[in-house]
Ligand binder design. Structure first.
Ligand code: SF4
Ligand code: F3S
Length: 106
């Protein structure tokens, strides 16, 4: 499965959800996750993300490895999202800021 990682936090551009053929994305207040049980590994979402936040689980950078569990857990708690929506007004300012996990809202 593919995994949404740190740089999505407070960016949440949602371009990814518009291309997912199986509606595998789930939405929290300032982050999205992928349900690993739904994702079919098509990779279509990867080039759509302006924050380059999506990785295949087998290619997850080691410093992002905790996002495997975060995606698997939060997809059970958050509602599905399958349509593009406006990103936060300050999304571009947060794009590229490192280590945003402490800012994740649940
Ligand atoms: Fe959806 Fe494909 Fe991305 Fe998985 S890899 S979340 S199926 S677009
Ligand atoms: Fe997040 Fe990138 Fe999608 S910032 S909402 S994973 S397009």
């Amino acid at each position: 499965a593919f995994v949404v990682t740190d740089n999505c936090i407070k960016c949440k551009y949602t371009d990814c959800v518009a291309v997912c053929p199986v509606d595998a994305f789930f939405e929290g207040p300032n982050f999205l996750v992928i349900d690993p049980a739904i994702c079919i590994d098509c990779a279509l979402c990867v080039p759509e993300c302006p924050a380059e936040a999506i990785f295949q689980d087998t290619e997850l950078p080691v410093e992002q490895s905790h996002y495997l569990e975060i995606n698997a857990q939060l997809c059970q708690e958050w509602p599905n999202i399958n349509e593009l929506k406006a990103p936060p007004a300050d999304a571009d300012e947060w794009n590229g800021v490192a280590d945003k996990l402490h800012l994740l809202e649940r």
